[in-house]
Design a protein around this ligand. Structure first.
Ligand code: BTN
Length: 315
């Protein structure tokens, strides 16, 4: 989206009605050019209505305020670009396919995903009014051992931000964010391309925010912030808060690894002290979280470390 379209969107967001004439004057473009941009905003899914005397109106204001996100990105030392897609197959896939031309620190955001991907080859059901984004990082000096816990770190960051909003969320190992026993956020971290001493990583997160009706197929296991708390959340603020928190703790993560966050992680981890089932078959008792975020369990009378897999809790 070009700067002028973002400016128009900003005006529409700030005022109840905006005349085409004032936009044309402010942007020093023709009415036709304004019209064209309004049309393309509509095609992108922004609900802009047009009234003969009053002008244009943004009907649904639950949007991502691109100007604000871009302001944050330009002030950031970690993030470098923000790509907004009204519709895409998957933000993680987009980065995978385009990583050659993307700079480290690019954030790819999509309003809707047609082929969102989840962990363990599953698909990620697309809910409206959520936050679906992927962070692309080229990590020169980060060793691979720290890459795995990066996904746990991201979960901790999301949980921390939600807690600040007084959301009573928890973490289910490895990085599901749980609210009232249902999943409200999932994180898919993918390593893409490994060279000696360097790695590119894609951290995709899907946070269900203001969706009111959860589709039947996932209603028993998934939820949204709005559904559980009854409150509407400002998705732009939430998105920026998550990126800010990620950035401000990322140095700590790089320098000290997951260990620096382990106590906090453990205090919100709902697996600890519970009987769990690993990959649908193996029963175990969850004893601890290791230095690198691995799950430490007692299984078949032995203490074992679990690095990955699907864990369900036996309540
Ligand atoms: C999980 O299975 O819990 C992980 C879900 C991750 C979903 C997000 S939505 C944005 C990004 N793009 C994808 O295709 N997946 C991740």
């Amino acid at each position: 989206m070009d700067e002028k379209s973002i400016y128009i969107l900003k005006k529409l967001y700030e005022d109840e009605f905006v005349s085409g004439e004032s936009l044309a004057n402010e942007l020093k473009i023709s009415r036709m050019a304004v019209n064209k941009r309004i049309k393309s905003l509509q095609q992108m899914g922004f609900s802009v209505a047009s009234y003969k005397k009053k002008g244009y109106q943004l009907v649904d204001r639950d949007i991502i305020r691109l100007w604000q996100v871009k302001d944050f990105i330009s002030s950031s030392n970690l993030f470098s670009d923000f790509l907004y897609f009204p519709q895409i197959d998957s933000t993680n896939s987009y980065i995978k396919e385009n990583q050659q031309k993307l700079v480290s620190g690019t954030v790819v955001y999509a309003e809707r995903q047609s082929a969102g991907r989840g962990r363990l080859g599953r698909s990620w059901v697309d809910l409206e009014k959520g936050i679906k984004m992927s962070i692309f990082l080229k990590l020169g000096l980060l060793d691979i051992e720290k890459v795995v816990p990066l996904t746990l770190f991201t979960g901790l960051v999301v949980n921390r931000v939600l807690r600040r909003y007084n959301v009573h969320s928890f973490i289910k190992w490895s990085n599901d964010i749980i609210l009232n026993n249902k999943k409200v956020c999932g994180i898919l971290t993918e390593l893409s391309g490994e060279l000696e001493g360097s790695a590119s990583i894609i951290i995709g997160m899907g946070l269900n925010v203001n969706c009111e009706k959860i589709p039947d197929e996932i209603a028993e296991i998934a939820t949204s912030l709005k559904k559980e708390t009854g409150s509407h959340f400002d998705r732009t603020d939430l998105l920026i808060e998550i990126l800010k928190e990620f950035e401000s703790e990322f140095e700590n993560f790089k320098n000290h690894g997951f260990l620096h966050f382990r106590d906090e992680y453990k205090s919100f981890c709902i697996n600890l002290g519970k009987e769990i089932v690993i990959n649908g078959t193996q029963r175990a008792f969850c004893k601890d979280i290791g230095q690198n975020g691995e799950l430490i369990v007692e299984m078949d009378g032995r203490i074992q470390k679990i690095q990955s897999g699907e864990v369900t809790i036996r309540w």
